[in-house]
Design a protein around this ligand. Structure first.
Ligand code: C2O
Ligand code: CU
Length: 480
């Protein structure tokens, strides 16, 4: 078994490894071995010559931390405010875990301690393009942290925006059960006053309990009439949702931690929110009463204490990010792509890890018969994602941001639309582009977490990068 067949996307490496052979220097980056013949699979090859281990892709260990956070993970009985108890997980005794805030340029250090989560835990910084060793993927960038042990994450906040963190070990049960939180990266000191903000982290706990910031149904935050608030929406669920505002027009300032160019005011219009995705809205508190930011099954009211806020049904109209805002320079030329990949999602009967089923396919194969996308640092990469699988898939590439070029052949004509989580509906085709500027081995998977566990995942790997970690039954590592 291995993790996939190297796909060089027409760039260097393709000729020497045309047959998907595992012998050459390039393919060694992902040549896989069966560790102990016990069902464990890995990506790296110990034999690689000038290989870089993922563990070396980290920040300067001597640089002191600017922001230090400790997270203690526990298996816990959880009762969301206004909801029913279930057996889940907490971070520092709460779920969602504490909101982590840092300013651009600061070094964030997070000590994760697993008190008693039997399967082990990790933390992945969703949407933050951290150095690979800090990516928190069990079996790829680290081993899952067993009960009684810790792992230290260190990264510099280079981006500004709304992000979130979650376990990437047994991620379906652990994220649903509570191991997640918001991560807010703010402009550096001196880059102007911070605006007031409000977080709307949408999460559905076991038993279908829809919450906003851990509260079932409606919650509120005090704000004065006339306040301009940056509302940070995070969809921590596995399915898409949408958000709309009752009592005010608004603008969509950012998507997935990237500011939009020249966003215009909209009213009575919903904003789609991909699973794993974020959107920042600019909302003004009205002169009287309060404004309500709504998602199906929950809301956040912003206004003076006890001020009334009305509700409205979901608007039929949606903001289309393909046309919203104005074009701007994107800093690279997608037409000069060094590599072009296809990521075709389908579904076929077959076997996954020996189990018969109707499994997701990538380019026609069931995991591990999927492509491993191979790149070199500096490459401009274009990827075409299609979906003919009968269901929607929120596609998430780690460590990079994707620029949407087109949808169903229609070029993007609004603001540059950068994503780390892209909703691909059945029948849709997206063309996306990115610059390979963050060496490592990066998951590229569906963020409907059960789908990922059902095989809708592969990796983007830089030639020459290896991992000492192992995935699979006997490794203790199970990223999904
Ligand atoms: Cu939000 Cu691979 O994860
Ligand atoms: Cu999916």
């Amino acid at each position: 078994m291995d993790m996939g067949t190297p796909d060089f996307g027409g760039g260097p490496g393709a000729d020497d490894h045309a047959a998907g052979g595992h012998g050459g220097h390039g393919a060694q980056a992902m040549a896989a071995g069966t560790a102990g013949g016990a069902g464990a699979v890995g990506i790296g090859s110990a034999a690689a010559g000038a290989a870089t281990s993922v563990t070396a892709l980290a920040v300067d260990p001597d640089r002191p931390a600017d922001v230090h956070v400790e997270l203690v993970a526990r298996a816990d009985r959880v009762t969301p405010e206004g909801g029913e108890a279930f057996d889940g997980f907490t971070l520092n005794g709460q779920t969602p875990g504490p909101t982590i805030r840092a300013r651009q340029g600061q070094l964030v250090e997070v000590v994760l301690r697993n008190e008693d989560v039997p399967a082990g835990v990790t933390v992945h910084w969703h949407g933050v393009d951290v150095p690979n060793a800090m990516d928190g993927v069990a079996g790829v960038t680290q081993d899952a942290v067993p009960p009684g042990e810790s792992f230290i994450y260190r990264f510099v906040a280079e981006q500004v925006g709304t992000f979130w963190y979650h376990s990437h070990q047994a991620s379906h049960p652990q994220v649903v059960g509570g191991l997640y939180g918001a991560l807010i990266l703010e402009p550096a000191e001196g880059d102007g006053a911070l605006t007031a903000d409000a977080i709307v982290a949408v999460h559905t706990y076991p038993g279908g309990q829809r919450t906003v910031n851990g509260v079932v149904g409606d919650t509120r935050q005090t704000a004065a009439p006339g306040d301009v608030v940056r509302v940070r929406l995070v969809n921590t669920d596995s399915t898409p949702t949408s958000v709309w505002v009752t009592g005010s027009s608004f603008r969509v300032l950012a998507v997935d931690g990237a500011e939009l160019n020249a966003p215009t005011p909209v009213d009575r219009t919903a904003v789609p929110l991909t699973a794993g995705g974020r959107a920042d809205l600019e909302v003004t508190v009205p002169g009287s009463g309060a404004v309500r930011v709504q998602v199906p099954g929950g809301s956040l009211v912003l206004g003076p204490e006890r001020a009334e806020a009305s509700t409205s049904p979901a608007p039929r109209e949606e903001v289309d990010l393909l046309t919203y805002g104005e074009p701007a320079d994107v800093g690279f030329d997608p037409a000069a792509a060094d590599r072009r990949f296809r990521y075709d999602i389908g579904r076929l009967p077959g076997f996954l890890d020996g189990a018969p089923g109707y499994w997701w396919t990538i380019n026609g194969g069931i995991l591990p018969a999927v492509p491993m996308y191979m790149v070199q640092e500096g490459d401009v990469v274009v990827m075409t994602i299609t979906n003919n699988s009968g269901e929607v898939h929120p596609m998430h590439l780690h460590g990079h941001h994707l620029l949407v070029l087109s949808r169903d052949g229609v070029p993007s004509s609004g603001s540059p639309w950068w994503v780390d989580s892209l909703n691909v509906e059945h029948g849709e085709t997206y063309e996306v582009a990115f610059v390979a500027d963050n060496p490592g081995i990066w998951m590229d998977h569906c963020h409907n977490l059960p789908h990922a566990a059902e095989g809708l995942m592969t990796h983007l790997a830089y030639v020459g990068v290896t991992t000492p970690f192992r995935l699979g039954r006997d490794s203790g590592n199970d990223p999904e």
